[in-house]
Design a protein. Structure first.
Ligand code: C5P
Length: 234
């Protein structure tokens, strides 16, 4: 395995809960030394900035996964607002284009806090048919490689991708380009709506820095045991 440019913990637990109370209750079982946390659209839309602030106050590094995709001015404002919360990572959609990503970069640079800024390439739930349906030619991999190159040129710290593309991205962009991979499924977990998946050990081996894992942990009857099993595997 390559040198650790991006430090542990490498597991990012996706807190996809319908309310603040469930999310906070769940987080109390977890240890900031062993995992980071991700707040996405469901929890943020229900609970807003308060839950983000409470999780950060509890000592967790927080990935605010709101995948901004709008005109540059709007995305810049949203990124500045997200950075001001003191989160560890934020993201935008690479499909928003160069000007949008450059505006996001500038906004973060002018903020008091400087979260890692990543771009979603192609959602891990999309397969080749889904990509063609929205008018993109080529394979998911072709699109991920093209969008990741654009994201890097536009000042992103890294990309959100499937572990299936991580080895090629690592080869192409080197150790300092952060690879965040959802679509991680231990052999004992359901794939659910994710399409381009790998196990946690495989994902780390091919160069993923941070593994975003939700339901295999949060929907488990014993979340701590699930987390421990994943840690042991990687
Ligand atoms: O439960 P599961 O492990 O599938 O959760 C994956 C998490 O990662 C979800 O919160 C989802 O929104 C997020 N995500 C993703 N694919 C992306 C970007 C983020 O699944 N491309």
């Amino acid at each position: 395995m390559r040198d650790n440019v991006f430090t542990p913990p490498h597991i990012v637990v996706a807190l996809d809960f319908p309310d603040q109370q469930q999310a906070l209750q769940f987080s109390r079982q977890l240890d900031p030394q062993r995992c980071r946390l991700k707040v996405g659209k469901e929890l943020f839309t229900r609970a807003g900035t308060q839950v983000v602030e409470q999780l950060i106050d509890s000592g967790f590094d927080l990935f605010l996964d709101l995948k901004f995709h709008d005109i540059p001015n709007t995305v810049a404002g949203a990124c500045a607002a997200a950075a001001d919360l003191g989160v560890w990572m934020i993201n935008v959609h690479a499909l928003g284009g160069r000007c949008m990503m450059e505006a996001a970069r500038n906004a973060v640079e002018q903020s008091r806090h400087q979260p890692l800024l990543t771009a979603v390439t192609i959602l891990t739930s999309m397969d080749e048919n889904g990509i063609h349906e929205i008018g993109l030619a080529g394979t998911p991999r072709d699109n991920v490689m093209r969008l990741a190159a654009l994201a890097k040129e536009s000042g992103m710290d890294g990309v959100v991708c499937s572990p299936c593309e991580a080895a090629d991205l690592r080869r192409e962009h080197g150790a300092e380009f952060c690879l965040v991979t959802p679509g991680v499924r231990p052999s004992w977990a359901d794939r659910g709506d994710q399409n381009r998946t790998m196990t946690p050990a495989e994902a780390r081996k091919v160069g993923a820095d941070y593994l975003v894992i939700g339901r295999p942990i949060t929907a488990s009857t014993d979340p701590l045991e699930a987390l421990a099993a994943i840690e042991k595997e990687i």
